[in-house]
Design a protein around this ligand. Structure first.
Ligand code: PMP
Length: 461
């Protein structure tokens, strides 16, 4: 596709794109009017567009390109695997070497007795698997009434019917009649927006106790599982107060329910450990994985499942699977990605070099008049934009108005930083070096300055 069309002028590419390509999470009309940005290549932490701009990618694509762009080793492995065995399924008592090796490696890397992997093509599909798996588990144990999955408001768990139902995004629920039955959402631990007069510590405890309240109200005998991202990503990089997860763990230990850690963003080094649940001190029975598993070089996701659940689910036929469950090319690419993460000690680089450096710089953004709090864990961070830091006040304009202006200013300064409402978020490649972090902060500061000037001149401040 690249070779076929990259030579066309940008306007022509944009017109073809607008005519035939329906974009995810986009307003197609607005996109057609403005023309999509055409990305032509990428290397390290930098994207190049069809106009020749070099853009610092502080989102690692969609939180996924953990090892950075342009690693030939992954391309070589993919080409080799395509020649040897481009596809075979893992249904009907068959298997192949790449999926065997990847499963064994994941069992080695995952904590505790998370030793079994069920593959999917994406994080959404993996969460759909989880819904069916936990319900099947309880049914197989003679408790078919344990069906309800508790999740959190403003969580993101994917875009399929199941994934979007687990997610707590109201605008997603409003399209397509969601959530599906037996999914329950409790409030999120977002102190900045919802903490009121409580200290972060009190608020963290209170929000964790919402889980206990929900289990008591719904009845332990009806609750199958609780699912959470260790750090909410698409919800705005919401870092919970330190009191939150220990209390969640206490509650989970008390009741007979399964715990699902959605590690789609937090997994594979993003938080400075292999998995985000290790960073927040939480012990799940199932982990959802995708994104950083292959650093986005091939579409692959899955569920890493503990011994007990795998044994119960595996005792009868589990009527579930995808054509691309354990795709050999994706599995080979993922395995090579894990080799690079491990042999190049990229998680050590995050822990010892990149994350401490980024944290210092990121937190210094609170000196800016627009920035209230700055939160960061490992290589995922957010800043809250506000007209009044003391009051943690929202802007008078609709939520997201100022955030969108800031995102546009970031783009204009060749920086990809996203906004969620009026929070600006980053999740850069884990291989980012200190000088690149300096560039990120310089461009972000310039974008914040321009945003500040503009909203003052437009009366939005
Ligand atoms: N879970 C989480 C925590 C995610 O952030 C995402 C994607 N942003 C998903 C699930 C869904 O993954 P995918 O887009 O690969 O279906």
């Amino acid at each position: 596709m690249n070779m076929i069309t990259n030579h066309l002028p940008t306007a022509e590419l944009q017109a073809l794109d607008a005519a035939h390509h329906m974009h995810p999470f986009s307003n197609q009309k607005e996109l057609a009017d403005r023309g999509a940005r055409v990305i032509t290549r990428a290397s390290g932490v930098t994207l190049t567009d069809s106009e020749g701009n070099e853009i610092l990618d502080a989102m690692a694509g969609l939180w996924c390109v953990n090892i950075g762009y342009g690693r030939d080793e992954l391309a070589d492995v993919a080409a080799r695997q395509m020649r040897e065995l481009p596809y075979y399924n893992t249904f009907f008592m068959t298997t192949h070497a790449p999926v065997i090796a990847l499963s064994a490696k994941l069992a080695e890397l995952a904590p505790g007795d998370l030793n079994h992997v069920f593959y999917a093509g994406s994080g959404s599909e993996a969460n759909d698997t989880n819904i069916r798996m936990v319900r099947h588990y309880w049914s197989a144990k003679g408790k078919p009434e344990k069906k309800i999955i508790i999740s959190r408001q403003n969580a993101y768990h994917g875009s399929t019917l199941g994934g979007a139902s687990l997610g707590g995004m109201i605008p997603m629920h409003q399209q397509g009649g969601l959530p599906i039955p037996d999914v329950h959402h409790i409030p999120q631990p977002n102190w900045w927006a919802e903490g009121g007069d409580m200290s972060p510590e009190e608020f963290g405890l209170a929000r964790a106790q919402e889980l206990e309240k929900a289990i008591e109200e719904l009845g332990e005998d009806r609750v199958a599982a609780f699912i959470a991202e260790p750090i909410q990503g698409a919800g705005g990089v919401i870092v919970p107060p330190e009191t939150y997860f220990p209390e969640i763990q206490r509650i989970c230990d008390k009741y007979d329910i399964l715990l699902i850690a959605d590690e789609v963003i937090c997994g594979f080094g993003r938080t400075g450990n292999w998995f985000g649940s290790q960073t927040v001190g939480w012990k799940p029975h199932i982990m959802t994985i995708a994104k950083g598993l292959s650093s986005g070089y091939a579409p692959i996701g899955g569920s890493i499942v503990c011994d007990e659940v795998a044994e119960v689910v595996g005792a009868t036929e589990f009527n579930h699977g995808y054509t691309y469950s354990g795709h050999p090319v994706a599995a080979a690419v993922a395995l090579e990605n894990l080799r690079i993460l491990e042999e190049e000690n990229i998680i050590g680089h995050v822990r010892d070099v990149a994350a401490p450096y980024l944290k210092k710089k990121w937190e210094s953004l609170t000196d800016h008049p627009l920035v209230g709090e700055a939160k960061i864990v490992g290589m995922m961070g957010s800043i809250a934009l506000t007209p009044n830091k003391e009051a943690r006040a929202p802007f008078a304009a609709d939520a997201g108005t100022v955030g969108l202006i800031c995102r546009e200013n970031c783009f204009a300064n060749n920086l990809v930083m996203r906004h969620v409402g009026d929070r600006m978020i980053i999740s850069p490649p884990l291989v980012m070096q200190p000088d690149e972090i300096d560039t990120l902060i310089e461009r972000a500061t310039r974008a914040l300055d321009q945003t500040y000037e503009r909203i003052k001149s437009e009366g939005l401040y």
